[in-house]
Structures are given as structure tokens and as C-alpha cells.
Write a protein that binds this ligand. Structure first.
Ligand SMILES: Nc1ncnc2c1ncn2[C@@H]1O[C@H](COP(=O)(O)OP(=O)(O)OP(=O)(O)O)[C@@H](O)[C@H]1O
Ligand SMILES: [Mg+2]
Length: 335
């Protein structure tokens, strides 16, 4: 459905003098594909380029280099009108914080009608019916239509944001940390709503989170980002069950699930600056396996079975995760 090929995004650094503006490497040589009805999870620490990727996927950010294709058509070779109208209605976005993403002066009804009005969908009656249908779809009661966002709970507001993203019947939803601003108690409900909507509407989804356990809960495939690079990608069972990249292993060990007995890997030192990323493997400054072989070039891609791929000179071997000499319990891959 959508495909990024060799995408780079470089920003001008916010700091720096008038004469020397450094480049921020927000995304480097990223390739990613999302198929119809598939949930792809994107995971990584703060600043690694997740939101940049979301902006590229939704056509809000033009890549500095590389291509974005939607059903085989290059997004940035379309006319601006075509990109906004055809692509814009095929892709919905849900942001992290529903209290800033929704206009506080509009009622829920106006918020949900707005995209239908802008894209001139159907008659007045049809739009009104669609608004009610949307409300129902995200499990909100009818009386919320008259409410302002400020009168709703955080979880309800995020449901409104999801309903708005669904208004034009998109094929793809990009959800950028949609649950991180919510109370722990309502997070699971919103996640389950997304999973349920995918089932019912056959939506494709890119789900972004810094928490690999959340991503693994709902994604079919996972891509792990580090300092603007996709360092590992594959089916959820492979990436989360038998990670090859040490960084993925470290992410998993930071929030272990109950079934796993991995030793906690504590990463020391800061994430290097995106203005001046290290040569070679970007993770080498924090990696316990790094040596001279990691210092010169970004590791080439290694392909495993079922589209599992990684960029690492010293990958984890499935038989000994985090250096543990005992064999992997089978629970790891079925968790
Ligand atoms: N408009 C901009 N101008 C300059 N630098 C930017 C701009 N937008 C993002 N960046 C930088 O690009 C890098 C990636 O940012 P991005 O917002 O994509 O990260 P993120 O993974 O979404 O982080 P978070 O988890 O904190 O949301 C960061 O170093 C960020 O400071
Ligand atoms: Mg972000």
C-alpha cells in the first residue's frame, strides 16, 4: 500500500550560528513497506525519528532524499491538489496528545464533520449520519456530540481523535504515540479499540511508540529505529521473540514481559547527537559488543527468514540471548 525507499530527512539545526547551520539527520536511508490491513509497529527512544517517519508517511514532510509511493505512485510527483485530496483522504493521523490535537472551541460534532465538509463528502444528511456512525465506531455515547473536548476525559478525547482520523474511510492510519499521554487505566482500552478497528475495517496501521511491549502487543511487524536508522525489522514474533540487534534486545530487557527471563541490559551513556551521528554503527557508542569492526561503515543488511533483517556486525544469536548460556525457553517466541 505505502512504501518508503531510501528516505533521508535532514533538518537545519535549530542551534548554530548564522553562517554555519548544521544538519540534523532525523532519518537516514529508511525503507519501509506497509501492506493493506497490516499493523506495523515503529519503536525507538526519544529523538530517534519516529515522528519524522510519521510525517513522511502522511505526506506532511517531503523527504530530503528518497521516495514515498502510495499504491505505486510517487507521492511527491503528484500535484499538490492530488496529494491533499486523494492521498490526504486515504491516510488518517492520530497524534500523541488529544488535548492539543483537537480544537477546544469546536464541539465533537463539528470536529467530526470538518473533514467531511472539507472533502465535500455526500449530502448534508449523509454527513450527519456519518458523524453518528463514527461516534458509534469508537464506542462513544450520542450525547458526546454536543460536548467540547475540554468536557471529555483523556480517553474519550483520544476516541474522538481516532473517529476524526477515520472520517474519510482511510486505508491507512498513522498513530504517533496515541496512548502515551493517557492514564494507564485507559491505555489498554484505546489500544484494543485500534486493534478492533483494524479487524472490522481492514485498516493498515503504523503504530508508533517508545515502548516495545506495547508495540509487540498489537503489531504484525516491527521496525526498530535508532538515531534515524532502521536497525532491525521483521515479524513481531521474530523481532520481539528472537531479536538480532543488541539494541532491540536492550529495549526488550528494559521492560521485560512476565514470560521472559532475560537479564536487564542497562544502556550507559547518552544517545549521540543527531547533528553529528557517529561513523559506522550509530549504536556502537552504547553497545557492549562494539569493536573496531563497527566503527567505519554502517553494517550491511543481513536477511533472515520471513523478512527478518538487521544491520549488525555482532548480532545476538537466538541460542544465547544477552549472553545467557542456557537455551531459549520456547515461551520466548510464543509470548
Ligand atoms: N523541524 C525540525 N528542525 C530541526 N530539528 C528537528 C525538527 N524536527 C525534528 N527534529 C530533530 O530530528 C530528530 C528526530 O525527531 P523526531 O521528532 O522525529 O523524534 P521522535 O522519535 O518522534 O522523538 P519523541 O519520542 O521525543 O517524540 C531529533 O533530533 C529532533 O530534535
Ligand atoms: Mg515523536
Amino acid at each position: 500500500m505505502i512504501r518508503l525507499d531510501g528516505v533521508h530527512v535532514r533538518h537545519k539545526a535549530r542551534s548554530g550560528g548564522v553562517f554555519r547551520r548544521d544538519a540534523v539527520h532525523a532519518l537516514t536511508d529508511a525503507s519501509l513497506e506497509v501492506e493493506r490491513g497490516e499493523i506495523v509497529g515503529l519503536v525507538g527512544e526519544s529523538g530517534c525519528g519516529k515522528s519524522t517517519m510519521a510525517r513522511v508517511l502522511t505526506g506532511l514532510q517531503k523527504p530530503t532524499e528518497g521516495t514515498v509511493a502510495f499504491h505505486g505512485k510517487d507521492l511527491w510527483e503528484m500535484s499538490g491538489t492530488q496529494r491533499r485530496d486523494d492521498f490526504g483522504s486515504a491516510v488518517g493521523v492520530v497524534f500523541q496528545d488529544p488535548s492539543t490535537a483537537l480544537n477546544p472551541r469546536l464541539t465533537v460534532q463539528q470536529i467530526l464533520r470538518d473533514p467531511l465538509d472539507v472533502h465535500r463528502r455526500g449530502t448534508r444528511e449523509a454527513r450527519e449520519a456519518r458523524v453518528e456512525e463514527l461516534l458509534d465506531l469508537v464506542g462513544l455515547p450520542g450525547h458526546t456530540l454536543a460536548a467540547l473536548p475540554g468536557q471529555l476525559s483523556g480517553g474519550q478525547r483520544q476516541r474522538v481523535a481516532i473517529a476524526r482520523a477515520l472520517a474519510l474511510e482511510p486505508e491507512l492510519i498513522v498513530a504517533d504515540e496515541p496512548t502515551s499521554a493517557l492514564d494507564v487505566s485507559v491505555r489498554a482500552q484505546v489500544l484494543n479499540l485500534l486493534v478492533d478497528l483494524r479487524e472490522r475495517l481492514g485498516l493498515g496501521m503504523v503504530f508508533i511508540s517508545h515502548d516495545i511491549q506495547t508495540v509487540r502487543y498489537l503489531a504484525d511487524r516491527i521496525a526498530v529505529l535508532y538515531l534515524g536508522r532502521i536497525v532491525e525489522e521483521g515479524r513481531t514474533a521474530d523481532v520481539a521473540g528472537a531479536p538480532s540487534h543488541p539494541y532491540t534486545e536492550a529495549l526488550l530487557s528494559a521492560t521485560p514481559s512476565l514470560l521472559e527471563t532475560t537479564e536487564r541490559i542497562v544502556l550507559t551513556g547518552p544517545v549521540p547527537s543527531a547533528t553529528n551521528p557517529p561513523a559506522g554503527c550509530p549504536f556502537r557508542t552504547r553497545c557492549w559488543k562494539a569493536d573496531d569492526a563497527c566503527a567505519t561503515v554502517f553494517p550491511v543488511r543481513t536477511e533472515g527468514p520471513d523478512g527478518h533483517r538487521w544491520h549488525c556486525v555482532h548480532p545476538q544469536t537466538p541460542a544465547s540471548p544477552s549472553g545467557d548460556p542456557t537455551p531459549v525457553p520456547s515461551a520466548r517466541s510464543t509470548a
